[in-house]
Design a protein around this ligand. Structure first.
Ligand code: NAD
Length: 257
């Protein structure tokens, strides 16, 4: 097993990438602290893991609140004795997030406080726990929009994800000699609630798929597998990088029809 005797914490684990990663990490031997703002969804993830014979506990936290994030790290350490893998994955995409002219300050603040400050808090309170464990892996979920611009803009979301990539890179350098690796994930469009709620008509979905060389949305599980690689010893010499899981979007100038 690839995460035997490891303890992992995953935010946004009530749905999508986080839920798939929680189940996968548990199958690979990790004890998992499942964190979400949605208690019902988080409890369901834990139930699924326990039914499959894995170990998990749910802690409710809003990642934009410092006290909640401090508490989720404390709970993980108290419950399982240490923390080896920190997966800062929770994020939102607001339907009213558009260009700089029309996006309200409120949407900007809300998006940045969850998607960027939430990752900062995760690192602020989580990295000391990894230090206490003698090292570990941090994985921060960014997006392919951190790497290229979109004509259909979500300016707050894009800015937040660019910040996640830059912050991850710098933290990787700072903590490299402590045995702590920090990497960012850059998924392309996925068939999860977050994006399907946003692309709420068939026309909008097809419009987005025009740009994906593989011609389909990615699955949350495909990103979870990339997160598992970054969490495990298989990526032991990889730090400060962005792992792109995007069906070829960032490689394409023109996509095949
Ligand atoms: P999802 O909506 O399926 O899951 C996100 C989870 O985060 C939900 O369970 C939600 O309750 C939780 N959450 C939201 N706000 C929170 C908060 N303040 N505190 C704690 N938990 C909170 O979405 P997903 O597609 O699995 O997205 C996970 C991550 O992947 C996000 O950071 C997202 O930006 C990123 N991402 C998604 C896509 C995509 O196409 N879906 C592409 C690139 C990156």
């Amino acid at each position: 097993m690839r995460l035997e005797d490891k303890v992992a914490l995953i935010t946004g684990a009530g749905s999508g990438i986080g839920r798939q990663a929680a189940a996968l990490f548990a199958r690979e031997g990790a004890a998992v602290t499942v964190v979400d703002i949605d208690e019902y969804a988080g409890a369901e993830t834990v139930q699924g893991i326990e039914e499959a014979g894995g170990k998990a506990v749910f802690v409710r936290a809003d990642v934009s609140e410092a006290d909640d994030v401090r508490n989720m790290i404390d709970q993980a350490e108290k419950t399982f004795g240490k923390l080896n893998v920190l997966f800062n994955n929770a994020g939102i995409m607001h339907g009213d997030d558009a260009d700089a002219i029309s996006t309200s300050e409120e949407i900007w603040e809300r998006t940045l406080s969850i998607n960027l400050k939430g990752v900062f808090y995760g690192c602020k309170f989580g990295i000391p726990a990894l230090q206490r464990a003698g090292g570990g892996a941090v994985i921060n979920t960014a997006s392919f929009v951190a790497l290229m611009g979109a004509a259909t803009p979500q300016i707050a979301y894009t800015a937040s994800k660019g910040g996640v990539v830059a912050m991850s890179r710098e933290l990787a350098v700072i903590h490299a000699r402590e045995g702590i690796r920090v990497n960012a994930l850059c998924p392309g469009p996925l068939r999860t609630k977050l994006l399907m709620d946003y692309l709420d008509t068939e026309e909008k979905k097809q419009r987005r798929l025009v740009h994906v060389p593989m011609g389909r949305f990615g699955e949350a599980f495909e990103v979870a597998q990339a997160a598992l690689f970054l969490a495990s010893e298989e990526s032991s010499f990889i730090t400060g990088t962005e792992l792109v899981i995007d069906g070829g979007i960032t490689a394409a100038y023109v996509t095949p029809q």
